[in-house]
Ligand binder design. Structure first.
Ligand SMILES: Cc1ncc(COP(=O)(O)O)c(C=O)c1O
Length: 360
């Protein structure tokens, strides 16, 4: 049993580094609800510029900034289109319906991504029987889709299709910087094809909290009202916005290291009898892999690994997810793979078939 667990559950488990904590301590503060926090103002201006958008608004979480986007684009009774595996549809507690009165229509794409071929013919006539389709929401990188990223030409194509049909495009970019680093495009390249983007600082960038929604001045003004309604308007938020400014300067380029560690981990565990991980498919910091049913259920592997000092999530009957990040070194990843080899070898054939419905 290892005494310091190797925690590969998510990049959300990362802790602020000492330098980030110093930046937080040094941040200039004011009352952000009346627009007087200089650090929040700097962060919002910086993000708007980075994404080539007119404005940005700081939010508490990725869920909150996604839902501020939904609320800003829609009125109650509208419908949004999302990919079947999307976070907005799977893990945000039905928030579009609860907060905005918006229904979601899920579409099956490819690894959580949508292309025009998945969307053609999907729109219904404008008729009192149907809820008006208002927004198309995309996710980049995809979470349940396996950490996959959009090629820029696909974003352009799908964005143009939506705009031609009068839809707004929202992008859930909780891990957008991972996509930028993996694909070699810039945030502004992505900003060109969509109307709003939600970006998280609390994932691979290692901040304790915070997200931002970028878009036009008009939509961000509406999003500020949504933030107030959702209880997310903060006072001296510069203390956390300071962490985000630090992360933008110091933690974006290093995401390449997390991606390399993810590929390494996938390659190592793919050699284990009973595991298939497809290392070629790993684009960013998420590794989804399958446990051969003859070895039992994924949740059993998750708990045996936990007892042996490796933490990750089971996300299906025989499917698990590991995530590399700032607080997991190359040595940690290699050690975790070694522990998994031993644990899988000792797994009892336990085919109880229980499905884990936890949050990855
Ligand atoms: C793709 C995606 N979108 C949105 C979120 C929500 O972020 P938060 O947990 O900050 O609400 C997550 C969280 O993991 C995510 O993976």
């Amino acid at each position: 049993m290892s005494h310091t667990p190797i925690d590969l559950r998510s990049d959300t488990v990362t802790l602020p580094t000492p330098a980030m904590r110093e930046a937080m301590m040094a941040a200039e503060l004011g009352d952000d609800t009346v627009g007087e926090d200089p650090t929040v103002n700097r962060l919002e201006a910086r993000m708007a510029e980075m994404f080539g958008m007119e404005a940005a608004v700081y939010a508490c979480s990725g869920t909150q900034s996604n839902q501020m986007g939904v609320w800003s684009h829609c009125t109650a009774g509208d419908e949004m289109l999302i990919e079947k595996l999307s976070h907005i549809g799977s893990y945000e507690g039905g928030a579009p319906a609860v907060l905005s009165g918006v229904s979601v229509r899920t579409i099956e794409g490819e690894f959580g991504r949508l292309d025009v071929e998945h969307l053609e013919g999907i729109l219904r006539p404008i008729d009192e029987h149907f809820s008006p389709t208002r927004v198309l929401s995309l996710e980049n990188s995809t979470n349940l889709g396996g950490g996959r990223t959009y090629p820029l030409d696909q974003l352009q194509r799908v964005g143009a299709w939506a705009h031609e049909h009068g839809l707004k495009v929202h992008l859930d970019g909780a891990r957008l910087f991972n996509a930028c680093v993996a694909r070699g495009y810039t945030p502004a390249d992505v900003g060109r094809y969509v109307d709003t983007i939600s970006v998280c600082f609390s994932k691979g960038l290692g901040c304790p909290m915070g997200s931002v929604l970028v878009g036009s001045q008009e939509v961000v003004t509406r999003a500020r009202r949504a933030r107030k309604l959702f209880g997310g308007a903060l006072r001296q938020a510069g203390i956390v916005a300071g962490a985000a400014l630090y992360a933008i300067d110091h933690h974006i380029d290093r995401l390449a290291e997390d991606h390399e560690h993810a590929r390494l981990f996938a390659a190592e565990i793919d050699h284990i009898d009973g595991i298939s991980a497809d290392p070629e498919s790993v684009e960013t910091n998420l590794v989804f892999f399958e446990l051969d049913p003859k070895c039992g259920a994924a949740h059993t592997l998750q708990s045996r690994l936990g007892e042996n000092g490796v933490r990750l999530y089971s996300v299906g009957q025989h499917r698990l997810r590991a995530c590399t990040h700032l607080n997991a070194s190359r040595e940690d990843v290699l050690k975790a793979a070694e522990i998994m080899r031993e644990v899988v070898r000792q797994l009892p054939a336990d085919v109880d078939g229980a499905v884990h419905n936890g949050y990855p």
